[in-house]
Design a protein around this ligand. Sequence first.
Ligand SMILES: C[S@@+](CC[C@H](N)C(=O)[O-])C[C@H]1O[C@@H](n2cnc3c(N)ncnc32)[C@H](O)[C@@H]1O
Length: 379
Amino acid sequence: MKIPIKQGLLRNRRHIYMTMDLSTSCDIHCVQCFREILTPKPIKTGLEQIRVLEREVFPFLKWLSLSCTGEPLYLKNFPEALSAAKRAGVPFIRIQSNGTHLDEERSRMLIEGGLNYLGISLDASTRETFEKIRAGASWDSVIGNIKDFVRIRKANPTGLPQLGFNFTLMKQNADEAVDFIGLAKELGADVLSFSHFFIESWEMRDWSLIYDPPRANALYARLRSEAARVGIRTLVPEDLPERIQPFVHRDLENPCYRGKCASALESWMFLMPDGDCFPCLNLQDRGPIGNVFETPFSEIWYGARNQRFRKQALKGIVEGCDQCKFFAFTADLSNEGTYLAKRLTTRSAAEMDYHDHSEKIPNRSPSQSQALKTVGLTE
Ligand SMILES: C[S@@+](CC[C@H](N)C(=O)[O-])C[C@H]1O[C@@H](n2cnc3c(N)ncnc32)[C@H](O)[C@@H]1O
């Protein structure tokens, strides 16, 4: 079926970065997991719905993450979703997995299916810490799976998928972070990413390192020098300001986020397993801007709500972020809310995977400049 292409922000080009879950379920319970905090509805995307995505959504995508809050590799429909995205020509497809189901069959499915990036979350460099944090997962089994994956991948001349490891920094694992770099290299990872919580429960605030900037900054310095010594591409958070003021829920004078919004600059879209679309994960309480299984995607993209969000966000003003912890409500970097906001809103896709995307923040690409002109704005 031919996709109707309209003129405008999307034009006939692949602009959209989409993060979606085929299901928000997971077989393990990590202590820090935002899935446990957000408790999403247990909905799954069916095969018929994957066909709709292949026809109506995937042709517009430049980048696709086939997982967000849930575990993708134990889902029956995952192989079909990957094939559908490949058939639709999505140039970059990634997943993030807990590695528990990465057996030989699934490793081959990912390699032969043309996945570009496989992220495995480990959060520890010892069995004891791993099994405490990633409750329900077995260290021996996940490490064994990674070794088998790397062995099988050797036969692929493209070297794909790229293998990346995630390490969510917290008090429980901070002492193992430096050793993790050598372990990752030994296991055959291509890239590494250390990050802090971007969604915390109140309890998790006691585990976070961001409230102790001297300790956190000293650790970052050691991580950077160990990564350089070992020779592996590693993302370490930016140094923290001297003092972070804890976030408090309160009514704000000017309930708007003002600043750079990656969701608009990079044309992000978030898709829930039931088809609900959000231009930004933080605007969920405003309700979806449409449902792809009820309305053609191009109508949602060109719909008033999406266009209004993008037009405002490109100007640097986003309504609806007033009580959102992630977004900056002042330009003061010593404010925790602002710090978390900066981390989230300026984290571009390129930084997530070290993939060389042409459209990076902060430099606007010609298409983004065109997008600004289309909505009547100049740079
Ligand atoms: C929620 S998991 C879902 C994908 C998959 N099941 C996995 O374990 O990687 C995605 C990533 O988010 C990280 N994560 C979980 N909770 C987090 C939080 N509160 N803040 C930041 N990252 C978190 C996980 O460690 C993992 O790397």
